[in-house]
Structures are given as C-alpha cells and as structure tokens.
Design a protein around this ligand. Structure first.
Ligand code: DC
Length: 219
C-alpha cells in the first residue's frame, strides 16, 4: 500500500488557509481537516458552560470534538460549524489554544488521521506532521486579510465592524506567535505563500505546480 501523504498548511489568521486547503484536498482526493475548528469547538464548550479558561483542564474529559461524514465539526455529537465562527469564540480561542493540555489532546487526535490529508492550522508543519510531504506557510497583508474576513462575516449576516475584525486579527497574530507552547512559526522547509494579490485559483495552481515539479504528485 502507498503511504499516506500529508500536506501541512500553516499561517496567520484569515490568510485563506482553509480555502486553499479545501480546494487542494478536493483536487487530490485527500481528506481535509480544519484544526482551528477543533480549538474553536473546545472554546465554544467553555462559553456555553460558563467555564473560565483557567478551568479548562478540569473539564477536558467532558469535551469530545470530532468531524461528521460531511467533515462538519462536532462538539459532543452536535454539529457546531456555524456557532464556532461567532465573534465571541474568535475573541477567546487564542487563550484556549495557549493551554498545553488542550494542545496535547487535540494534537494527538490530529495525528491519528492515517489517510492522505490536507490539514490547516498554526503548528501542523512544526508539531503535528513534522515530516509532512509538503508544508506551506501562508501570509497576506493585514488590510487584505481584515477585508476578506469582514466580507465573510457580513455575508453570514454577522454584525461586526471592519475595525473590530482588524483588531481581533492583530490580537490573534500576536497571541499565536508569542505563546509558550507550539507558537506559530514557519517551518524551515515550508514554502512561503503571500497571497495578497492572488486569486483562489491562482494560489491553487501555484501549489499544484510545486506538487507536480517537486514531488511528482499530480491532481
Ligand atoms: O484557523 P482559525 O482562525 O479558525 O483558528 C482558531 C484559533 O485556534 C487561532 O487563533 C489559533 C488557534 N489554532 C492553533 O493554535 N493551532 C492550530 N493548529 C489551529 C488553530
């Protein structure tokens, strides 16, 4: 049997990691896993049960996060793919993602995917799959990222201002890069992709070219 191929996509918030990861997984016939959704689901549990981040370790065993057959995130069996995108969750999730016990639990779960996979997050190429076949590190200008995220939230009828989105992104960048456990950083062997002026199709093509030229993997 051919061994499974892992593609790790890391980078800053709202750089289009999931758009690229989903398109890539579809083109290659791989599984797509959104690791950020797992941290968001744990955060949603705390919010719903009025539990402070300091107490998360006490309740970790009560929290089961997985994906259904349609790849939608579930929290203790309930599909929560919409709820985890609420601003309230976005505002707290980086605090939760700092907790070593939370990271340990979710990283272990992420490493259990044995099929060929495209996974996006912050520590996929550095911690979850350090031997991934292909690693990408995504970035884009802060203005482009804020506008993209704002447009997405407005489309979902969320009431936010561009300023709120901008400051949330700034806060999450800082938290992601400066946390003690598994901070966001580019793996030495990751390709840097700045997609500020690339369309989704152009960035997909950019990655497919690398896969074909460097790894002889064709879609
Ligand atoms: O990708 P996202 O914005 O949905 O991720 C939500 C938060 O979870 C983000 O602020 C950082 C954290 N995260 C993480 O620490 N490690 C990951 N592998 C994925 C996300």
């Amino acid at each position: 049997m051919l061994s499974a191929i892992q593609i790790a996509i890391d980078g800053y918030s709202s750089t289009g990691k999931s758009t690229l990861a989903k398109a890539l997984a579809k083109a290659l016939g791989f599984l797509y896993v959104d690791s950020g959704a797992m941290y968001r689901a744990v955060t949603l549990y705390l919010i719903r049960h009025n539990i402070t981040v300091e107490r998360v370790e006490d309740v970790l065993d009560e929290i089961e996060v997985d994906f259904d057959d349609a790849h939608r995130i579930r929290l203790n069996g309930e599909v929560v793919d919409q709820d985890i995108r609420e601003m309230e969750v976005s505002e707290l999730v980086s605090e939760v993602a700092k907790v070593a016990a939370v990271r340990r639990k979710l990283v272990e779960q992420q490493q259990r995917f044995k099929q060929s996979v495209v996974m996006d997050g912050r520590d996929i190429g550095t911690v979850v799959f350090p031997s991934a076949s292909l690693k990408l590190f995504m970035t884009a200008s802060p203005e482009v990222r804020a506008q993209r995220r704002y447009d997405e939230l407005i489309q979902q009828q969320k009431s936010v201002t561009l300023d709120q989105v901008r400051s949330n992104l700034k806060m999450r960048d800082y938290e992601d890069e400066h946390r003690a456990v598994d901070p966001l950083k580019k793996a030495d062997d990751a390709y840097l992709l700045d997609n500020s002026s690339l369309s989704p199709d152009e960035q997909l093509q950019w990655v497919l070219d690398i896969l074909r030229d460097k790894l002889a993997i064709t879609a």
